[in-house]
Structure formats: structure tokens, C-alpha cells
Design a protein around this ligand. Structure first.
Ligand code: ASP
Ligand code: MG
Length: 603
């Protein structure tokens, strides 16, 4: 007898007819001899409706009361689902988050799960009942109701699957799987047969709507096989597991985050510790930032830019505002652009191929779109563009990487053989030892899988390039011609229509790349372009999952480095790695300080 967790999102339970349809899906599994735990969302757009009600009163509702309010949406669905199951002749029981024992921290509206007690669910299952759990909610130590953040029912479902050691977690939704990009925007988008945890986590975190990114952290950590499928048809869906669909492709998908805001703090003193104080305040406010870039330092000051979701913009501006006041430094200020969008190309394959970034920038430029900012990590390249240009850029990149092309049966075959070798959803199989999990304060705590020092890097920075369409494509076209693997790429927002581009390369390619950099500078000399080449840099990185969205973690990394007097120049952030560039001379000291800082959560 298998145990299956089935999750039904808002559209799948939007009315009583659909609730009955979902109930029949659960019954089908029971008839096949399985035990079922259902996790349900609020009906249709009920959560939005509840938020609007509160906003009719104030635009700053008390967050505790918001969670009290929002949790009612799911409570309605669980009761109706139980009534539906009973009416169809099946024993069922509904539980709120508190009743099941989903314990969370106290961060209203973005609470993280600490632990789940499974006794009550297990007893109900033993009695032959279908268990129906309210998604998206939990309870803190003082019995206050908390919610897990928009879309959080996915996280409830995967977390329950992990805690119950379920055989499978089926996510029923209004699309029939995970697509290469949003098919409503790019009709050629294709359903993926399979996607790896790391890729899915990155796509979800970069704005692909299909799953809550935190649910994928759970899935990876506890090795839960997740099956995304349609509530309304019987297709095969997409399997999220340890293996990518095909190793040979440079990219598997493309995410669009339409509502982004760029914040730039100008005139930041270029001294260890200043930027760190800023990031620590942002982390304290639990705002996840992305695409961090520093512009060149002039008279000991730099501009630090980063992007975040527009929904966090008001809070982030308050934080920056208080930072500027507290530093009491007349030269500090900030500026923002809330009319931007972020396009992120994701794929495990890009770690092994050259020319991937160049191809992406080229496609964007051919579509007539200027790139404002660039940030990369090992399996992701993000470009910030004007919001009105985003769809064109997205289509162009999808086309350039032929993401619509189906994998051949051979490509799928090879890898499904190895996919089958993964342990049968054994709990903790992803390498997280039960001992370590016990040490951590909660199920959602971050795990650091490794800390690395790479001392074979060199840095190239091109300052004061004209900020116009096609510039990044031109630079990386030339680099790609030399078949050089470029690692970290950052394009920062410059002043006066100028941009700086920094990238790292393997040190043995330095001679060839210096020549290219000098050529580019020569061409744009009249606009003030100059190149800076640093042959002695090291890259320090943390590996794990959920590293970007656990907002305090990158901050701890910077703090620990700054405490050891290690200055950070380039930062790359993703869910599975955080990398920073430091002076080669400080590489070892930096490594030691990171090992000490993260000894508790390291494997
Ligand atoms: N009802 C919540 C929301 O709309 C949670 C969910 O659907 O996953 O965000
Ligand atoms: Mg959802």
C-alpha cells in the first residue's frame, strides 16, 4: 500500500463541482489500494479577495490579523472537501494547519515550517480515512495562526510528503506540467518530461509561477518525487526529481519575473562592512534580493544596485531610507526603477558549455531590447530589461535556445535509466543525515552542502561602456569566439548612460581575454572605456539549496568575510550557490572563516 499526497490548487477547487472532481481523484487512489492525504488551497481567487477586503480598510493591515484572515480561505475548502468525500461514501477528516501540528516560526505572512507532528494524520489514515489538510497555514509556539507566503500550499504538500515519508507527491494544477516557459506568453513553450530539483528551484525562485520555490527545497532535501499534473485531464505531467531531462542541453527553461524593482544605493563608502550593514537590514526584513551589482569605485565610493520583487519594494525602500539616515553620511542616497522585469535562463547544462551567455544576450539585442543589468550564477543567467520589452526578449531567448524542441527518445532513455536508480523516496536520501536534521532548529532550515575555494580565476572589468542595446552581446561574442568558459558575469547600472561589465575566466585564458578586452576598450575609448584586469582573484562559494531565499544566509557570509577583513568584489547568488570574488591573498582566510561560520549547518 502506497501513501500518496495530492495537492489541489485554487483553480482545481474553485467551485463545488471541481471539489467533487478532486474528491473523485482521491477516491480513485484509495480504490487502487493506496492511502491518501489531500492538501487544498483556498477556492479560486479567495485569498486575493480576502486581501482586497483588508485593503479596503488600510494598506498596512496588521500581519498577525492578515494570517488569521487568510487562513480562513483554506479552512472553507477542507470542510467542503470532507463533505464531498463523505457524500461519495468515503470516510474523511479535515484538519487545519494547527490541528495537524504544522509548527512554524513567528514570521507572519512568510512563516517557515519548523516541524510537523504526524500522529494525528497517521491515526486517521489507520482508521481508513482520507485526510484533508489545509495548505499554506501553520501555528507558532504561542498558537498564533501563521501563513507560509503566497502559493504556500505546495510547500505544505511537499513538507507533509516528507514528514509522512510518502511514496509520491502529486501536485494537481490548471496546467498539465512544468513548461519551458509560460505558454500563455510564448505559445511554443513545451511541457518538460522531467526536470531536476536544482533547475526547478531556480526557475520557481526566478518567477516561474508553477510551483512555490520553497516546496522544491523540501523536495530536494528529503528526496520527495513530485509529479506536477493537470486536474482536468489525464496527461503524464512533469516529474521533478534528481535528474535533468537531458544533460546535453545548455538550458531547460526560462522564467520571467514581470514585476521587479531595482534599487540603487548611491555613494556607498567602499570599505568592508558598509554594504554588509545594508544587506543585514534587508535580510532582517526578510526581503529576498537578487542581481546584486556594484559599479566602479570612484573617490572611494560605489553604487550598489540590487533587484527585488515589486511587492517588497515599499518595505525595501523604508529599510534603505533608514539605512541612509542611520549611516549619517551626507553623500549617501538612493534611487529606484519600478518599471523593470527580469528574464532568467536556467539549466544544469550551462556549467559545461561555452557561449551560453553570449547567445542569450545576442537574442535579446536582436529583439531590439537593451539590458539594464546582468547577473549570473552557475546554472542561471538573469538579465534585467524594461517591463514593456520583457515579452519580446523572452520570446527571442526561447527561440534562440530552441527550447520548444522535444528531446529525442534516446536522450530521455539514457537519463531515465539513472533516474530509476534513485532510492524509492527514502527519507533523507538526498544526503542530509538525520543527525544533522536534528541539530537544526527546523525542517526548513538551510543546509550547506559544501564550501569551496577556487583559486584559478581572473577578473576582467570593462568600465564606462555605453549603455546601449547589443553591448553585452558584442563583448561576449568576442569572448565566446575564443571558446572561453566565462563564470560570473555582472553588468551594473552606471550613471550617465554608461555601464560596467565584470566577468571571471579561468586564469590560463587571461592572455587571450586581455587582448579582447583591450580591443573593446579601443573601440569605445572616446566614451571613456577602460579595462581592468586582475589575475589574482579567488572565488569562494557555498553550495546547498534555498541559499538565496533564506535571506539571512548571504548576509552571514558577508559578515563573516568582513570580520576577517576579506573584501568582496563580485557576488553571484542562486538558490544552490552563493559565490563571491575576493583577493587571492585572502582566499584561504576567507575559506577558514566561512567554514567556522557554517560549521553548524554543514554536512
Ligand atoms: N491560497 C494561498 C494563495 O493563494 C495559498 C496557495 O494557494 O497555495 O496564495
Ligand atoms: Mg498555487
Amino acid at each position: 500500500m502506497a501513501l500518496i499526497v495530492q495537492k489541489f490548487g485554487g483553480t482545481s477547487v474553485a467551485n463545488t463541482e471541481k471539489i467533487l472532481g478532486a474528491a473523485r481523484k482521491a477516491i480513485r487512489e484509495v480504490k487502487a489500494g493506496n492511502q491518501v492525504v489531500m492538501v487544498v488551497s483556498a477556492m479560486g481567487k479567495q485569498t486575493d479577495a480576502l486581501i482586497s477586503l483588508a485593503n479596503e480598510i488600510t494598506d498596512r493591515p496588521n500581519t498577525r490579523e492578515m494570517d488569521m484572515l487568510l487562513s480562513t480561505g483554506e479552512q472553507v475548502t477542507i470542510a467542503l472537501m470532507a463533505i464531498a468525500l463523505e457524500s461519495l461514501g468515503h470516510k474523511a477528516v479535515s484538519f487545519t494547519g494547527a490541528q495537524i501540528g504544522i509548527h512554524t516560526d513567528k514570521t507572519y505572512r512568510k512563516a517557515r515550517i519548523r516541524s510537523i507532528s504526524t500522529d494525528r494524520m497517521e491515526n486517521a489514515l489507520k482508521e481508513g480515512r482520507i485526510v484533508i489538510a489545509a495548505g499554506f497555514q501553520g501555528v507558532d509556539d504561542d498558537l498564533n495562526i501563521t501563513t507560509l507566503g503566497r502559493g504556500g500550499s505546495d510547500t505544505t504538500a511537499v513538507a507533509l510528503a516528507a514528514a509522512l515519508k510518502a511514496d509520491r507527491c502529486d501536485i494537481y494544477t490548471d496546467v498539465d506540467g512544468v513548461y519551458t516557459t509560460d505558454p500563455r506568453i510564448v505559445p511554443e513553450a513545451r511541457r518538460l518530461e522531467r526536470i531536476s530539483y536544482d533547475e526547478m528551484l531556480e526557475l520557481a525562485s526566478m518567477g516561474a509561477g508553477v510551483m512555490h520555490s520553497r516546496s522544491i527545497e523540501f523536495a530536494k532535501k528529503y528526496n520527495v518525487l513530485v509529479h506536477v499534473r493537470s486536474s482536468f485531464s489525464d496527461g503524464v505531467g512533469t516529474l521533478i526529481g534528481p535528474q535533468p531531462e537531458r544533460e546535453s542541453a545548455p538550458a531547460c527553461g526560462l522564467a520571467l519575473a514581470k514585476d521587479e524593482t531595482r534599487l540603487t544605493v548611491v555613494g556607498v563608502k567602499d570599505q568592508p562592512g558598509v554594504a554588509m550593514r545594508l544587506f543585514s537590514k534587508i535580510a532582517d526584513a526578510k526581503i529576498a534580493i537578487d542581481m546584486i551589482a556594484q559599479s566602479s569605485s570612484a573617490e572611494g565610493r560605489t553604487d550598489v544596485s540590487f533587484t527585488l520583487q515589486s511587492e517588497d519594494a515599499v518595505k525595501a525602500r523604508e529599510v534603505v531610507d533608514s539605512f541612509v539616515k542611520e549611516e549619517g553620511d551626507g553623500a549617501l542616497g538612493y534611487d529606484f526603477d519600478n518599471n523593470v522585469a527580469k528574464i532568467s535562463l536556467v539549466g544544469l547544462g550551462m556549467t559545461k558549455q561555452t557561449g551560453v551567455a553570449q547567445k542569450m544576450f545576442h537574442a535579446i539585442s536582436e529583439a531590439g531590447v537593451n539590458i539594464h543589468m546582468i547577473a549570473t550564477s552557475d546554472i542561471k543567467i538573469s538579465a534585467l530589461v524594461g517591463r514593456d520589452d520583457a515579452v519580446n526578449a523572452l520570446r527571442a531567448v526561447h527561440e534562440a535556445f530552441a527550447l520548444h524542441c522535444e528531446p529525442t527518445p534516446e536522450e530521455l532513455e539514457v537519463e531515465s535509466a539513472s533516474a530509476c536508480e534513485t532510492p524509492e523516496t527514502a527519507p533523507f536520501a538526498s544526503g542530509v543525515s538525520p543527525k544533522l536534521l536534528n541539530q537544526l532548529a527546523g525542517m526548513e532550515d538551510v543546509v550547506v552542502e559544501g564550501i569551496d575555494l577556487d583559486s584559478d580565476q581572473a577578473r576582467v572589468t570593462l568600465y564606462s561602456l555605453p549603455d546601449r542595446r547589443g553591448l553585452a552581446a558584442e563583448v561576449f561574442d568576442r569572448v565566446a569566439d575564443g571558446r572561453v568558459i566565462v563564470d560570473m558575469i555582472v553588468q551594473s547600472v552606471g550613471r550617465d548612460n554608461q555601464a560596467n561589465i565584470t566577468f571571471t575566466i579561468p586564469r590560463n585564458e587571461l592572455e587571450a581575454v586581455s587582448a579582447i578586452a583591450n580591443e573593446v576598450c579601443e573601440k569605445y575609448k572616446s566614451e571613456g572605456c577602460r579595462a581592468e584586469i586582475d589575475a589574482k582573484v579567488s572565488k569562494l562559494s557555498l553550495r546547498g539549496s534555498g541559499l538565496r531565499s533564506h535571506t539571512g544566509l548571504a548576509y552571514r557570509m558577508f559578515r563573516s568575510l568582513s570580520a576577517s577583513n576579506v573584501n568582496v568584489s563580485v557576488i553571484s547568488l542562486s538558490e544552490r550557490s552563493v559565490g563571491v570574488l575576493v583577493d587571492e591573498a585572502h582566499g584561504q582566510a576567507g575559506l577558514n572563516s566561512l567554514k567556522a561560520e557554517f560549521s553548524e549547518e554543514s554536512l
